[in-house]
Design a protein around this ligand. Structure first.
Ligand code: GLU
Length: 494
């Protein structure tokens, strides 16, 4: 039996989870689930000033909302803890000592100023900056003496110039010349290891078999590989995903784009739509299929089909997915999801049944749950304020519109609004008798009962509003028209 494969997601909790990181998590999750492997969550909170428990919770909430569950992690336990990088400091230090004992490091006394000066010179000479190696061959006694004297010293890794290669799960064979790097720092002068070393130790001790992460980590990977080798460890397999770019082909940034998963949640995107959308951001099944549930993704996703080129984040496409998922929901479920958005907008829902009927009318049109308050406002307010410009019949007078609405009022009073076919028949006959086009009659009615000229289909809208609301709004509109006519007459007589 082959050992279980172990995948991990290693977010830095320096904000709510970014949509790009959610995609990284998703791919790892899918890979782990499809081979019945393990999905590990490790919180990389070593940047103490920027990582907060609130952000950690936001990351966990974001992943949970998207429907990914992890087998091991800070709140799930597991045999490879602790799962917070900050709690593993003592272990990282031990491994730094191992690296040193094996002769792969040396003390570097160069000051910040000296290093900055070196970089400046390199820049002037048009060379890539690289550590000069000044402290590489210091005499052991000198090192001891300087340390004893309290001089600060970082720990550098001795890089042997050579080609470093690995077979990337997504990008294929990759190679870099280690001779370009210079000796890099693995431990700070206060004894703490740098992030890139901690990751090696953690991935090794957590028995991670596959590291799938963003393409921005490729340069880290090469260095990690040489550190694995220096420690006598076999590196895991690596896969680097394409970056997510905005429509301007720039890296998605917090400043310019909506990148936090939390924002999508607040705007009323459904987790299933977001998952479907990010799954296809840099991957496709090789055929025309676009709609995938999480289970279908687990079945269909193949890392070999992850694209090598960067993925463009298309907000319209996300809206399309969301609308599609909204239309697939049961009305009762959609109403349940819409409710908090409507209430947050200060609107009162008279009863659940009414809400469901109104929601059903918008289901075809709505793109995001956060659009519900505006779309349903006219159903929920006591009174609407019709736009005079559209309330009066096009090329018609206030008086004739008022007269027509008064007839409509009588029709509604006599026949109610439930029989939509009868209502339509009556109104069409009425328009014909007036010598109006049907639309010329429907528009003032629509504006009277909804306040605006865009609404769901008229007869459905009347049915859902119900007889009492329709009558009272028609009455209000007639009053408005009468007042307008009066004002005009008064204006004229003066
Ligand atoms: N903590 C890193 C990040 O959030 C991930 C590093 C990794 O996956 O190795 O970008």
């Amino acid at each position: 039996m082959t050992a279980k494969r172990r995948f991990r997601m290693a977010p830095s909790p320096t904000g709510s989870i970014h949509i790009g990181n959610a995609r990284t998590a998703l791919y790892n999750y899918l890979l782990a689930r499809q081979c019945e492997g393990t999905f590990v969550l490790r919180i990389e909170d070593t940047s103490r000033e920027r990582s907060t428990p609130e952000f950690e919770q936001a990351v966990l909430d974001g992943l949970g909302w998207l429907g990914m569950d992890w087998d091991e992690g800070p709140n799930a336990g597991g045999d490879y803890g602790p799962y917070r990088q900050s709690e593993r400091l003592a272990t990282h230090k031990e491994w730094l000592e191992k690296l040193t004992a094996a002769g792969h490091t040396y003390r570097c006394f160069c000051t910040r100023e000296e290093l900055a000066e070196d970089r400046k010179v390199a820049q002037k000479e048009d060379r890539a900056p690289k550590y000069s190696g000044k402290c590489r061959d210091l005499d052991a006694n000198e090192v001891d003496a300087r340390l004893e004297a309290g001089e600060e010293a970082a720990l550098r890794f001795r890089v042997e110039p050579r080609a470093v290669t690995f077979d990337d799960l997504i990008l294929g064979q990759l190679e870099e010349d280690a001779g370009l790097w210079g000796d890099f720092i693995v431990g700070r002068s206060d004894g703490t290891p740098v992030y890139n070393f901690a990751v090696v130790v953690d991935d090794h001790l957590m028995a991670i078999t596959d590291v799938v992460r963003g393409g921005d980590h490729i340069s880290n990977t090469f260095k990690q590989i040489v550190m694995y080798e220096a420690l006598g460890l076999a590196p895991p397999r690596f896969g680097h995903m394409p970056l997510t770019l905005n429509a301007k082909r720039q890296k998605l940034s917090k400043r310019d784009d909506s990148v936090a998963v939390e924002e999508y949640r607040e705007q009323g995107y459904l987790p299933a739509a977001v998952v479907n959308f990010i799954a296809l951001l840099g991957w496709n099944p090789g055929d025309e299929r676009e709609l995938f549930t999480m289970d279908e993704l687990i079945e269909t996703f193949r890392i070999e089909r992850v694209t090598k080129s960067n993925a463009i984040f298309d907000f319209d496409r996300l809206d399309w997915f969301n609308g599609t998922y909204i239309r697939q929901l049961e009305v009762a479920e959609l109403a349940r999801l819409a409710k908090p958005f409507i209430e947050a907008a200060g609107l009162t829902i008279p009863d659940e049944d009414y809400l469901e009927r109104a929601v059903a009318l918008e289901q075809e049109r709505i793109k995001r749950l956060a659009d519900f308050p505006e779309a349903l406002r006219f159903f929920l307010v006591e009174e609407v304020t019709p736009d005079m410009k559209f309330l009066v019949k096009k090329n018609g007078t206030t008086e004739e519109t008022a007269a027509a609405l008064s007839t409509v009022f009588e029709l509604v009073q006599d026949f109610g609004v439930d029989d939509m076919a009868a209502m339509e028949e009556n109104l069409r006959a009425m328009a014909e008798a007036l010598g109006w086009k049907a639309g010329e009659l429907f528009m003032p009615i629509r504006v009277a009962i909804t306040g605006s000229k865009a609404s769901p289909p008229l007869f459905d809208t009347m049915r859902v509003l119900g007889r009492a609301r329709v009558l009272s709004r028609l009455r209000d509109a007639m009053r408005m028209l009468a007042k307008d006519a009066q004002d005009a007459a008064y204006g004229q007589s003066n």
